[in-house]
Ligand binder design. Structure first.
Ligand SMILES: Cc1ncc(COP(=O)(O)O)c(C=O)c1O
Length: 311
């Protein structure tokens, strides 16, 4: 996978300060390390004719605070401070196209599961990150499988929160897919219906109609997913959120993933069954093209509040 390795940048924002990349250390006994007590976001900034701009910054920071609320964590900063910090860390690192990973974590202090005594710390690293699902994935599409791992039942992990601990399950899905020669996995929910990818939402197209699984408490409320619901409607497609049976994956004309890292990635096969013609389909490419126009500042007349310009 082309983009598996991390590209370091120079500076990381930490609770109001900007510190060198390698000074952003947490102790082994931090609750974040011991128990996965870390809330995070994944945000992209894109270069535009007016310089770098962050895509849907407010929505991402709102989700960060929602995740923290669910896990009873007080960030200790105003959301506007964290938004400004995201812009600052892009500027300080001189980045253009980049990925930001705000993290609010429980640090060192508590010994057991009761987090009292562990401080809550906020970090914002940013670095250049290319196509998540590998070089050429956005054009050619990817081969995926249905994971043997199910998403958790809604009453187990509150998956609307983006918490690091939830992602040990996502790693099982991803590793299993890669070991078996696929680029990614689609997971079913505990009820056997389609939920989402290990780190992306999924859309299906049949007879020109676009469908994505309902938010049933087994998948993340993706911000790209929401953007695509708007963009697809703008382009004149009928688009619905509904229950999706596994077998719909084998009869769809087109399938695509959406996510901050994955952007809009066509899926060309599922479990070695070709999706449509086994290549990126016309609806997927129309949606992807419009999405890329939007994030690159070419549609501010329609989606004016989706980009926050760094300067
Ligand atoms: C499990 C999961 N689903 C979906 C998504 C896509 O969400 P978004 O479009 O907000 O990045 C992500 C990525 O953040 C994710 O981790």
């Amino acid at each position: 996978m082309g983009s598996a390795a991390l590209t370091e940048s120079e500076w990381i924002w930490k609770d109001g300060e900007v510190i060198p990349w390698h000074d952003a250390q947490v102790h082994l006994m931090s609750l974040a390390v011991q128990f996965g007590s870390s809330i995070f976001e994944g945000i992209r900034a894109y270069d535009t004719p007016k310089g770098p701009a962050v895509f849907r910054l407010k929505e991402h920071i709102r989700r960060l605070y929602d995740s923290c609320a669910i896990y009873r964590m007080d960030v200790g900063h105003e959301p506007s401070t964290v938004e400004q910090a995201c812009l600052e860390i892009i500027r300080r690192n001189g980045l253009h196209d980049c990925y930001l990973r705000p993290m609010v974590l429980r640090g060192y202090g508590a010994a057991g599961l009761n987090p009292e005594g562990s401080p809550i710390e906020t970090y914002i690293p940013a670095w250049p990150w290319g196509t998540y699902l590998g070089e050429g994935a956005l054009e050619a599409g990817v081969d995926v499988c249905v994971s043997s791992w199910l998403r958790a039942h809604p009453d187990t992990f509150p998956v609307r929160a983006k918490a690091a601990g939830h992602y040990v399950s996502a790693q099982l899905m991803k590793m299993e897919a890669l070991v078996n020669g696929y680029a990614e996995a689609i997971a079913l929910g505990p009820g056997g219906l389609v939920s989402e990818g290990s780190g992306q939402n999924v859309f299906l197209v049949r007879d020109g109609r676009i469908v994505t699984p309902l938010l049933d408490g087994t998948s993340l409320r993706g911000i790209t997913r929401d953007a695509i619901l708007h963009i697809a409607a703008e382009l004149g497609y009928e688009v619905r959120e509904e229950l999706v049976a596994r077998e719909s994956l084998y009869t769809a004309d087109e399938i695509f993933f959406t996510g901050t890292a994955s952007e809009v990635t066509p899926v060309r096969s599922v479990d070695r069954i070709s999706v449509g013609q086994g290549k990126a389909g016309p609806v997927t490419m129309a949606v992807q093209k419009r999405f890329m126009e939007v994030v690159r500042g070419g549609a501010d007349d329609v989606y004016g509040d989706w980009l926050t310009y760094v300067e």
